[in-house]
Design a protein around this ligand. Structure first.
Ligand code: FMN
Length: 158
């Protein structure tokens, strides 16, 4: 089915930030850039991420039940491209990247502006994506004065 041009045009007017969603399964780590990330509840603190079925991260998150959200700031556009324009199926995207880990073991990027360590509490089929709802079990701000960036296609896809 082809989605009507006007519909996808309208959907593109929805404002998003840019995040790196990291995953850990066994002794492997991976991460992908995501714009479709949303705060979902105050109590307990929940976030939703929408992950395409074909992403390597998709099966890692589904099978491990954990992920971390790294919030990108103005200095992190290159980081967004790094994790968003190639898959981790055959390459180690963390080979040249510094990171910490917290309770879940999912990578926390040292140059992000904030992070949230999450446990999946449920997931739901959403067309060609899966919505993972995660409870934020820990989190922190790494750059107190920085604001998250707004997703603009031109910054990531030339
Ligand atoms: C700015 C940006 C935003 C993206 N947002 C999403 C998203 O919300 N959900 C998604 O499934 N893929 C999104 N992607 C695509 C994935 O990051 C990309 O397919 C990535 O290579 C998947 O990596 P993986 O296969 O190692 O998991 C986005 C990519 C970019 C550059």
């Amino acid at each position: 089915m082809t989605v009507k041009h006007e519909i996808s045009h309208a959907q593109k007017r929805i404002t998003h930030g840019v995040y790196v969603i990291s995953a850990k399964l066994g002794d492997k780590v991976n991460a992908m850039t995501a714009a479709w990330v949303c705060r979902a509840s105050f109590e307990p603190p929940l976030v939703t991420i929408s992950v395409g079925h074909t992403r390597h991260s998709h099966d890692m998150i589904r099978d491990s039940g954990v992920f971390a959200v790294n919030v990108l700031g103005p200095d992190n556009v290159e980081t967004g491209r790094h994790f968003g324009l190639k898959t981790g199926k055959k390459t180690d995207k963390f080979a040249d990247r510094d990171y910490d880990t917290k309770a879940t073991g999912c990578p926390i990027l040292k140059d992000a502006i904030a992070w949230m360590d999450c446990k999946v509490v449920s997931f739901h089929d959403a067309g060609d994506h899966t919505l993972f709802i995660g409870e934020v079990i820990d989190g922190g701000v790494l750059k107190e004065d920085a604001k998250g960036i707004i997703y603009e296609k031109e910054s990531f896809f030339k």
